[in-house]
Design a protein around this ligand. Structure first.
Ligand code: UD1
Length: 415
């Protein structure tokens, strides 16, 4: 197990160019299964989840080759419609091959997904929607066996909640279904809009991605395309909060600040100086933040994947903040670790009560998951003394060159 060692107290300063979004590229790789041929993806981050998705694709019969930030995928005519348990367990996004394989091959065998440890993450909405399109499911020995005996047919689907994964699975299924599919109460995430843009480049007819109603007119076949992956707003937001928590300043390049509207607004309200351009923004942190009330919500609300990093920043606020987690039932393991650093944070149901303290003090903490590990590193940058974040591999799932990037910004940090 790797650890990140950080000595706090140095304000960060400088520029960071943001790499492509994990939550986009993983879906793009699955979308490529929809048509045989050779694809080229640019701006692909060097992160573990891309490697895992590459293994999933290999298993299905496609070949992925990476050269720096370019991934080329060769998809054969015939696919093995199966996702192995050991890979799906590692990464929940693998469940998306269900929609793609049902659309392309008419059947799929997918082990039920694992993923991060923040409460149960069911897939009922994925299955309900696919059933409405004509899919049939049977669960046998932990493996979901899916088929579409009469093919998939477009229909009107209205989601109970704007689930990102369910919207994407249905979108992947709908592009090759017969007729028109309407997905109401759809997720509006920029990464999903980027997926729709790749699908349209492949010849799909998708309208309204990025709004809460997506309309898809099915086409008989698609063809390969090249695509540049949209910037990772979560990486952008994490570095912005790291700089702010250290009392420093940062310019983030290559990311539309509109993707982080709510997050930047809260940073500004907390006392950060924020400047915005078309595809860049800069943040200068206050000496200590002012407390904030925040509720996580689907896009364009405050992103749940920015919640732990924001709490790490607010741990040193001049008063009490209330952060309400509305997306996941449990995303609180990092709190015990922050409290070991001297933070004063309690949970009450879905609410996180953060009583700001003047100083955090470095110690050994457990990284728990991707964003928790990022949050604890942020706390370490703001703390007095040395912090060791254990299980740092979690960081590799979503951040390319995390430690080097922070070191280049002036942090005293190593792995
Ligand atoms: C995606 C992101 C993840 C982010 C999340 C919310 C990827 C690879 N991951 O995850 O980083 O935190 O969006 O922005 O893109 N739910 C159900 N039933 C369903 C589907 C979802 O109850 O059928 C619940 C989940 O348990 C969860 C909530 O809805 O509590 C949000 O899930 P969803 O939006 O589907 O997130 P993911 O696509 O899994």
């Amino acid at each position: 197990m790797d650890s990140i060692r950080v000595i706090g107290g140095r304000p960060l300063s400088g520029e960071v160019a943001v790499h492509g979004a994990k939550n986009a590229v993983l879906k793009h790789m699955v979308a490529m299964l929809l048509a045989p041929g050779r694809y080229r993806l640019e701006n692909v981050p060097g992160i573990l989840d891309v490697d895992i998705m590459g293994e999933v694709l290999d298993h299905v019969g496609a070949t992925c080759t990476r050269r720096e930030s370019v991934v080329e995928v060769d998809v054969p005519e015939s696919l093995n419609p199966e996702a192995p348990l050991e890979l799906v367990r590692k990464m929940r996004a693998s469940i998306l091959i269900l929609g793609a394989l049902l659309a392309r091959v008419g059947s799929a065998r997918v082990a039920l997904p694992g993923g991060d440890d923040f409460g149960s993450r069911p897939i009922g909405m994925h299955l309900d929607g696919l059933e409405q399109m004509g899919a049939v499911f049977e669960l046998r020995h932990g493996v979901l066996e899916a088929s579409a005996p009469n093919g998939l047919a477009g229909t009107d689907i209205f989601l109970e909640f704007p689930s990102v994964g369910a919207t994407e699975n249905l979108l992947l299924a709908a592009v090759l279904a017969t007729g028109k599919t309407t997905i109401g109460n759809a997720a509006r995430e920029p990464e999903l809009a980027d997926l729709a843009s790749l699908l349209n480049q492949m010849g799909a007819k998708v309208d309204g991605a990025g709004t809460s109603t997506i309309e898809v007119m099915g086409v008989p076949s698609l063809s390969p395309a090249d695509h540049k992956v949209v910037a990772d707003r979560l990486v952008a937001g994490t570095y912005a909060l790291a700089a702010a928590a250290s009392g420093g300043e940062i310019t983030v390049l290559g990311c539309d600040p509109g993707f982080l509207r709510m997050e930047l607004r809260k940073m500004q309200a907390a006392g950060c100086d924020v400047e915005r351009g078309d595809d860049w923004f800069s943040v200068t942190g206050p000496e200590r933040p002012e407390p904030q009330d925040i509720a996580t919500l689907p896009y364009p609300g405050f992103h749940t994947d920015m919640h732990p990093q924001m709490v790490a920043f607010l741990a040193r606020a001049t008063g009490t903040s209330l952060v309400t987690e509305n997306v996941y039932a449990a995303r609180f393991r990092y709190i015990g670790e922050l409290n070991r650093m001297g933070a004063d944070i309690q949970t009450d149901g879905q609410h996180v009560v953060v009583r700001g303290v003047e100083e955090l003090s470095g110690c050994e903490v457990d990284g728990c998951d991707i964003r928790a590990a990022a949050a604890l590193t942020i706390a370490g940058l703001a703390a007095e003394g040395e912090t060791i974040v254990h299980d740092a591999e979690h960081i590799d799932r979503g951040y390319d060159g995390f430690v080097d990037t922070l070191r280049n910004l002036g942090a005293d940090i190593d792995r």
